[in-house]
Design a protein around this ligand. Structure first.
Ligand SMILES: *Cc1c(COP(=O)(O)O)cnc(C)c1O
Length: 430
């Protein structure tokens, strides 16, 4: 036997989601990825201890920094994404917050769009300012000049989502990336709603992808998990990032220039933020995420197929005011969906029900298959009323800027039989 599938980047996506990054021969030939349920690893000898702590040797010492189970997941997602390296976190928010803290320091600025996951908006608006990090929000995310006029010497990142939430909008990420790179600024994208199967951030100019692996990557809704992935060719020593200049100087002799060129962002993320803020994923969670990812492409295919069928049904229904789903030819984002999402623009949709909030709440109460929960990206279909949950506490203007009205329901379409989902919505709308 000459098993090599763990290390062959020419294999297809579905083959790699099962094999990439895990060589059984290095783990007593266990075919399932073992859970290294330990807090600490033996250091061996004094010299090895030094090398580990200087990051001059790959290996594990304390599980707040790294663990072999997590490492398989990091290698697997890097392979699927086409990136150089990844770091696993205890939640999507831990991945997002640590990623941005790795980029922006006191006095720095981030440019972000308004149609973001509620937790990210709160992070930018309420927490970061108290650490001296300012976020400047783009007025019109589909107008490139809106981004350009916010760029300053202190801009450290442009932050957006592959599919906006809950407006379910798509941004011309290629155009935004070209602008960002002209100024030496990296683009960070939250690719949770698409996963690397439906959308390829690095092929369209993004430099870092963040995930809530709680959602589609796992698909089973059993763990809270996050991942940050680095593409590997951003010029961090371009003069805009003094912290990366000093990080490079401190570490180049031990880690090596070649590794730092490809993995500067994730190395600093692990050595500073994982180590000092301590948001690492547990190995048990990494195991669950790996289990889910084995079927990622198959689930996503079914998700988008169902979403298209449900969206078409709803958009023809007399009780429905509006359906936001970029797979509909009536969507203002349809052209961008065809350009960036050739396999389908995900399975999230926002639906406005005729009759205002009372009518929307009635649908919410009557559905029998859809679960009423704030989660998204589960294999099971979910429904929520954003104005009273995910976007509760935001002002009316903030809500509407994000596409949330009192009659809006957000649906996360699962992988059930499409006929059942349509029949359920039909009886609830009645
Ligand atoms: C859920 C979610 C997050 C936050 O992830 P957690 O794992 O809940 O911390 C971030 N972004 C998007 C788009 C999400 O759906």
């Amino acid at each position: 036997m000459s098993y090599k599938a763990y290390n062959n980047e020419n294999l297809g996506f579905t083959t790699r989601q099962l094999h990439a990054g895990y060589n059984p021969a290095e783990h007593y030939r266990s075919k399932a990825v073992p859970v290294y349920q330990t807090a600490v690893f033996e250091l061996g000898d004094y010299e090895r201890c030094l090398r580990l702590f200087e990051y001059a040797e790959e290996g594990h010492s304390y599980v707040r920094f790294s663990n072999p189970t997590n490492q398989v997941l990091e290698k697997r997602i890097s392979s699927l994404e086409g990136g150089s390296a990844a770091v696993t976190f205890s939640s999507g928010m831990a991945a997002i917050s640590s990623t941005l803290l790795n980029l922006a320091h006191q006095g720095d600025e981030i440019i972000a769009v308004k149609t973001l996951y509620g937790g990210s908006t709160t992070l930018f608006q309420s927490l970061f300012p108290s650490y001296g990090i300012t976020t400047r929000f783009v007025e019109d995310e589909n107008d490139i000049e809106s981004y350009r006029k916010l760029i300053t010497d202190r801009t450290k990142a442009i932050y957006l989502e592959c599919i906006g939430n809950p407006r379910i909008n798509i941004i011309d990420i290629g155009e935004v990336s070209r602008l960002a790179h002209a100024y030496g600024i990296p683009v960070v994208i939250d690719n949770t709603f698409a996963t690397p199967y439906l959308f390829r951030p690095f092929e369209h100019g993004a430099d870092i992808a963040c995930y809530s692996a709680t959602k589609y990557l796992s698909g089973h809704g059993t763990v809270i998990a996050g991942i940050a992935v680095e593409k590997g060719d951003f010029p961090w020593l371009n003069g805009r990032f003094p912290e990366f200049d000093s990080f490079y100087k401190e570490n180049v002799d031990l880690i090596g220039a070649e590794v730092l060129q490809r993995e500067m962002f994730t190395k600093r993320l692990r050595m500073r933020y994982l180590t000092d803020l301590g948001g690492h994923m547990s190995p048990q969670t990494a195991f669950y995420v790996l289990q889910g990812m084995e079927t990622l492409s198959l689930r996503m295919e079914r998700h988008v197929k169902n979403a298209q069928a449900v969206a078409e049904f709803l958009s023809g229904h007399p009780r429905v005011l509006e359906v936001s789903y970029p797979g509909l030819s009536s969507s203002p984002y349809h052209a961008l969906a065809e350009k960036y999402f050739p396999k389908g623009p995900g399975a999230m949709m926002a639906v406005r029900i005729r009759g205002g909030q009372p009518a929307a709440l009635k649908v919410l109460e009557r559905v029998e298959i859809f679960d009423y929960m704030v989660n998204v990206g589960d294999a099971k279909s979910l429904i929520v009323h954003p104005a009273s949950s995910t976007h509760f506490g935001h002002t009316r203007e903030e809500q509407q800027a994000a596409g949330v009205y009192e009659d809006t329901l957000r649906l996360s379409i699962g992988i059930e039989d499409a006929e059942d989902l349509i029949a359920d919505l039909e009886q609830a709308l009645k």
